[in-house]
Design a protein around this ligand. Structure first.
Ligand SMILES: C[S@@+](CC[C@H](N)C(=O)[O-])C[C@H]1O[C@@H](n2cnc3c(N)ncnc32)[C@H](O)[C@@H]1O
Length: 238
């Protein structure tokens, strides 16, 4: 079975660094092998990585890539090394129950204040997840507004209200972080394994940029060659 994500990838060149409005940049890459330098621009990271090895395998299969030859803790070590390299002032990590304690302990090794919010995904009570919030800044160490909110609402709130210059996401998927940062006129950077998933974000922005153009002017860079039928902005992250 192939996952096509509305075929947005057919409308955009997904090779190399993809430059987007507000000095934003994204790139298709596997951070177990490499990470682009521009990721170091992020002073806040919000990342929703795979939550266990089953998840890792599923995402690599969807990306039509070989599964990494390592267990989940080794995979997570790669992620923590990348985060250590970026050193964001604030880190949010979305996690499932299975490895929540491991991720909380890892966050505690890097930050003074570590807390987490009870959350859900796809706005269903039975889809439980957690969003870890880690920082050295006493003032922003916990946001009461984020408790018991769906992950999509947490992302929207953070993108609109948390103080940041550039928000990063190492696992962009279909780009909720990028979409909400763009909606707020803010800068973001990100990486994603699967070019078909990342193309959904590029398409979302291209559509909105085209709508902002006055009639009868040259097309904006990244404008899709054909109009997609649906608004990809409403897709849930999975
Ligand atoms: C749970 S999803 C994130 C969903 C995202 N928040 C969204 O808005 O769609 C996890 C993402 O991590 C990506 N991923 C997994 N391993 C990766 C790796 N080593 N490098 C880059 N991306 C990776 C997967 O392809 C998947 O899209």
């Amino acid at each position: 079975m192939k996952w096509e994500y509305g075929e947005a990838y057919k409308r955009h060149d997904m090779a190399g660094e993809i430059r987007l409005p507000n000095d934003s940049v994204v790139q298709v890459c596997d951070w177990t092998a490499e990470m682009p330098d521009f990721m170091r621009r992020a002073d806040t990271i919000f990342v929703d990585p795979p939550w266990n090895m089953g998840n890792v395998r599923t995402f690599y299969t969807k990306a039509e890539k070989d599964r990494p030859g390592m267990d989940f803790l080794a995979f997570s070590d790669h992620l923590w090394r990348r985060l250590d390299d970026i050193r964001p002032a604030t880190l949010f990590v979305e996690m499932g129950k299975e490895y929540l304690a491991d991720y909380l302990m890892a966050a505690k090794e890097h930050y003074r204040y570590v807390t987490f919010y009870n959350s859900t995904y796809y706005r269903r009570r039975e889809n439980k997840c957690y969003v870890i919030h880690a920082t050295n800044d006493f003032q922003t160490r916990r946001y009461a507004e984020l408790e018991d909110k769906d992950e999509a609402e947490i992302i929207a709130w953070v993108a609109a209200n948390h103080p940041y210059g550039c928000i990063g996401d190492l696992c962009m998927g279909q780009g909720l972080i990028g979409k909400r940062a763009y909606d707020n006129g803010r800068s973001f950077v990100g990486t994603e394994l699967n070019y078909k998933r990342l193309a959904v974000l590029v398409d979302y922005i291209a559509i909105r940029e085209r709508m902002r153009q006055p009639m009868c002017t040259a097309e904006a860079p990244g404008t899709p060659v054909s109009s997609p039928a649906t608004d990809p902005g409403s897709v849930a992250s999975s």
